[in-house]
Write a protein that binds this ligand. Structure first.
Ligand SMILES: Nc1ncnc2c1ncn2[C@@H]1O[C@H](COP(=O)(O)OP(=O)(O)O)[C@@H](O)[C@H]1O
Ligand SMILES: CC(=O)OP(=O)(O)O
Ligand SMILES: [Mg+2]
Length: 297
């Protein structure tokens, strides 16, 4: 199945298949659980997952970074001492891949990645949103075929195309106009999605930043939220700059919309979900008490 779906996620599925094969060989008796990064987005309503294209194409939005969204949404609820079922969040997972997700009452109701992890925000090497007619234009004018265009949009676009590096740290370290404009394009796209998801959610209880960029890049957080003060969204410059690790609030005290940095832990979330699935069927190893309950939320 994971292999069959490789055309949908060519950067991700092939390496996962290798992992499954190697693990099967090394630990043939141990059950394997595949945790799909799309699963958190199974709650998307048809208006969110349906593209306005011929229905017989059988394509739809799936969304990705769901493992991270599930983890940070739960952590955000704990941090805010709120019930996740009552919480509306905008999750901005900014890593090599980047996505925005609108979470309503703990459930994903819209997300920026699409049928593949190419749609949406500007990423390290991926373009995010473009005019779909670019593919036809480039075929007619530049003689590129669909596969060449898709390859370039996946591997040679995003920050890499605009700033000459896929790495946010390197882009920030540079002080030239090209890098500056790349970063403006990157953060403006995030701002646009926040506005869109604010409109869908109606009420936002927190903005959450996970991922290498979201967790560490103070400038990206500040620039992405610039001009959103009237929506009650802003960072506190000192809190945002503070070089502290861990889950933290970076908005001013008493702000209408708390802005949280929540370091994601996709490995932990995968372990948690796998444990929930196998704990009723797996007999604990001899000599140890049951592992049930060892995995906190
Ligand atoms: N201290 C930092 N400041 C700015 N950007 C950072 C920092 N640490 C990591 N990053 C950026 O995070 C991105 C990688 O994010 P990460 O979530 O680790 O990747 P992946 O999506 O592959 O899991 C890179 O662009 C990297 O430059
Ligand atoms: C799904 C996805 O895009 O993941 P990553 O950000 O790790 O590339
Ligand atoms: Mg990641």
């Amino acid at each position: 199945m994971v292999e069959e779906l490789a055309p949908l996620a060519p950067l991700h599925n092939p390496v996962n298949v290798t992992g499954i094969r190697v693990a099967r060989k090394a630990f043939p008796e141990i059950p394997q659980v595949a945790v799909f990064d799309t699963a958190f987005h199974r709650t998307l309503p048809p208006e969110a997952y349906t593209y306005a294209v011929p229905r017989e194409w059988g394509v739809r939005r799936f969304g990705f970074h769901g493992t991270s969204c599930a983890y940070v949404s739960r952590r955000a609820a704990t941090f805010l001492r709120r019930d996740l079922a009552d919480l509306n969040l905008i999750v901005l997972h900014l890593g090599n891949g980047a996505s925005a997700t609108a979470v309503s009452g703990g459930r994903s109701i819209d997300t920026s990645m699409g049928m593949t992890p190419l749609e949406g925000l500007v990423m390290g090497t991926r373009s995010g949103d473009i005019d779909p007619a670019l593919t036809g234009y480039l075929a007619r004018v530049n003689g590129l075929d669909a596969q060449q265009v898709e390859h370039a949009l996946t591997h040679h676009s995003g920050l890499l195309a605009l700033a000459g590096t896929r790495d946010m740290r390197e882009a920030r370290a540079r002080d030239d106009d090209t890098a500056r404009s790349a970063l403006d394009i990157y953060t403006r796209r995030i701002r646009k999605y926040i506005g869109a998801y604010y409109a869908l959610l109606g009420r936002v209880d927190a903005i959450v930043f996970p991922g290498g960029v979201g967790e560490h890049d103070t400038a990206t957080r500040a620039e992405s939220l610039t001009g959103l003060e009237r929506l009650g969204i802003a960072v506190d410059p000192a809190l945002n700059q503070a070089d502290t690790a861990g889950e933290r609030l970076v908005s001013p005290a008493g702000a209408e919309v708390p802005v949280l940095v929540i370091p994601t832990d996709e490995e932990w979330e995968i372990a948690r979900q796998a444990h929930a699935l196998v704990s009723p069927i797996v007999v604990p190893p001899a000599g140890r008490s049951s592992v049930q309950g060892d995995v906190p939320a």
